[in-house]
Ligand binder design. Sequence first.
Ligand SMILES: Cc1ncc(COP(=O)(O)O)c(C=O)c1O
Length: 402
Amino acid sequence: MLLDSEVTQIPFFDLRRQFARLRADLLAELAAVCDEQSFVLGPRVQAFENEVKAVTGASHAFGVSSGTDAELLILMGLGVGPGDAVITTPFSFFSTAGCIARLGARPIFVDIDPRTLNLSADALENFLACRCILTSRGLMTDGGMRVRAVIPVHLFGLCADLDRLQDLCDRYGIALIEDAAQAIGAVYPARSGPQRAGSVGAAGFYSFYPTKNLGGFGDAGLAVTSDDELAARLRVGRNHGMEPRYYHRMIGGNFRMDALQAAVLSRKLRDLEGWSTRRWQIAQHYRDVLAPVEGRFLQLPVEPYRDKLGSCGHTYHQFVIRSPKRDALRAFLAGRGIGTEIYYPVALHQQPCFIGLGYQPGDLPVAEQAASEVLALPIFPELTEEEVECVARTVRSFFSDL
Ligand SMILES: Cc1ncc(COP(=O)(O)O)c(C=O)c1O
């Protein structure tokens, strides 16, 4: 047993432990692709797409070069461009909003829910009712932009309030696109029954960046939809809009997935469910030890779907606590050899490249406060019980002394 007072080294994340366990299998997969010498798309990518469909619940899945490119491809497939606006959360990784801006459209941020840190359905409803008007051209903002879509993010592995968001999108005739980059396998208790993250809206996407719950050996991603027409555009769009060869009906990009990534991901997919369960168990361990010190100085992540779904309602890509003493806690843990991370230190509307959008400090207060308080603790399936206990007790000792 590790003692709180000992200087320990508990990494925030360590992929080498996973690789050590899967080494033989993964190297065999890579060797097989090398023997085949077929590296871009092809049967391995197709096989992975078919396997992963069961986990995503969508009827079409397209392996692409990254989560970012999956989002870009979906927005291009919907024809989003200059003059359009897309509503999203200010509390996410940059690419959620960056893809919108790269297409010449305008990202519009609405605030997050203080408990879940996901896009707030109340804030969205308020924005749509007060700042937009339905016209014969579609939904227009008071600034004259055409609103095309809403992109909620299932942050840290917890699904956003999809029933309410979908209702609002239906009412106003706009598309719901799920950023499920961090939430593959997470389940949402829809009123029609449990649904997988990414499968509820018009389209969804996932990231297989190496640190994700399902991570490749480099960049990779997936776009999914159950809309046949959109699927047709995604299929050709990921390969420069080319069909047949050297004929281009639409402008796409080189968003193709590599066979090497598909081979790695297919093998790892077999373990994903077990990994997600282990992440949830680690989260429960943290909860049990930290519950006595939860209060003014410490908030634990919420699990709003736990009663209905048990461990499936949160895949804990990250275990993110909140504290007004965040920076002191982080230094305290670093001094005891415990790694932590901050996701995300700056809300998107305050990023320097988005200054031109005109947001002022205080415009999205919930996201701004979250950015100053969040701290991610180590959570990955290979953490030992001793390590989890040590992290939990060290965090608890910090708050017990306040
Ligand atoms: C919420 C979110 N959206 C989008 C992305 C982009 O995915 P990728 O890094 O695969 O391009 C990420 C990945 O970091 C993410 O966390």
